[in-house]
Design a protein around this ligand. Structure first.
Ligand code: APR
Length: 173
């Protein structure tokens, strides 16, 4: 499976696309969202602002994805997804998390792109337990990539502990 797990700052990766763990307004925040907006420069927020709202203040509902250019980033595009906030696991969190990864890959293919890096969506501010998220991600990507070796997918963790958690989950599929 063309899937690797690394520890890195996702803003440094020169791929076709990096994924942002955003919020529904898409105008920036803390964590990886803040890092991506800082590295891309203010044109990224302008591009997000230009995306249509599905309802007031919502440019990307939870579980969905939107694409913009990467502007000042080494990556050519940013695919913004909104992961679920963890509410105990019985509120559709696994399905919404899987949907982020599926929709991001769908956009990647639709734009004829191949190389993408994901951060650990929902595993920071949104509170998704890392091992449970990693199990969902590993199953989802195994399913997506099983019959498609054209994509090159990187799971970009921000600590070696997180990398170990995601690598264990990938190995277990
Ligand atoms: N590169 C890679 N990973 C990073 C980076 C970075 N530069 N910075 C942070 N991370 C990691 C965090 O350590 C965490 O494991 O990204 C993972 C996701 O954490 P968050 O960024 O907090 O994302 P999430 O849990 O999905 O919460 C989204 O946070 O600020 C916001 O606007 C964002 O409201 C939204 C919420």
């Amino acid at each position: 499976m063309p899937l690797t797990v690394i520890t890195a700052d996702i803003t440094q990766l020169a791929l076709d696309a990096i994924v942002n763990a955003a919020n529904p307004g898409l105008l920036g925040g803390d964590g990886v969202d803040g890092a991506i907006h800082r590295a891309a420069g203010p044109a990224l927020a302008q591009a997000c602002l230009a995306l249509p709202q599905t309802r007031p203040g919502v440019r990307c509902p939870t579980g969905e994805a939107r694409i913009t250019p990467g502007f000042g980033l080494p990556a050519r595009h940013v695919i913004h997804v909104v992961g679920p906030v963890w509410h105990g696991g019985e509120h559709g969190e696994p399905e919404l998390l899987a949907s982020c990864y599926r929709q991001a890959l769908h956009l990647l293919r639709a734009h004829h792109l191949q190389r993408i890096a994901f951060p650990a969506i929902s595993c920071g501010v949104y509170g998704y337990p890392a091992a449970r998220a990693a199990a969902v991600v590993a199953r989802t990507l195994d399913d997506e990539l099983r019959h498609d070796d054209s994509l090159d997918v990187v799971l970009c963790c921000y600590s070696e502990a997180m990398q170990a958690t995601f690598q264990r989950a990938v190995n277990a599929v």
